[in-house]
Design a binder for this molecule. Structure first.
Ligand SMILES: [Zn+2]
Length: 147
């Protein structure tokens, strides 16, 4: 059974990093579908909206972790970005088992799948959401600490 196990591990290994390359990461494990968050915080940080997957913290290995600046954007949430190039990379919620990772930071092909939209009530007025994915005006039950 050694060979099938190795094959499975290779398939589920995903890599990514920031624009300048100072921060690189590997996820070995399951990745959540991509959630698109249109809240005002995500809008201001990214210029549009936050598209993130989520991984178990123990499945994420980061190279160049010292190059990440963490900004506390709320009482329990913080946003990690590369201090050199400014790339938004992570969203972490205190006490959550998972950590959110910007979907766009993954090397392509990412293998990620689109999920749904949240906080659409707060989205900017210069674009429409018409991709057919489910939309939630606020958050979604069960996502608060795992988003
Ligand atoms: Zn960078």
């Amino acid at each position: 059974m050694t060979e099938p196990a190795m094959t499975e591990r290779a398939v589920t290994e995903r890599t990514g990093g920031c624009l300048c390359g100072a921060v690189r990461f590997v996820v070995r494990g399951r990745l959540r579908e991509v959630v698109f968050c249109h809240c005002s915080q995500c809008r201001r940080q990214t210029g549009l909206y936050y598209a993130s997957t989520n991984a178990a913290r123990e499945d994420l290995a980061i190279t160049g972790e010292a190059e990440i600046t963490w900004y506390g954007s709320s009482a329990h949430g913080k946003r990690g970005f590369c201090r050199h190039c400014g790339s938004a990379l992570f969203w972490s919620y205190e006490g959550a088992q998972g950590i959110s990772i910007q979907a766009g930071a993954f090397d392509q092909p990412s293998g990620l799948q689109p999920g749904y939209h949240i906080f659409t009530a707060d989205k900017a007025d210069f674009y429409t959401i018409d991709d057919g994915l489910e939309q939630f005006a606020r958050g979604r039950a069960g996502l608060t600490t795992d988003g």
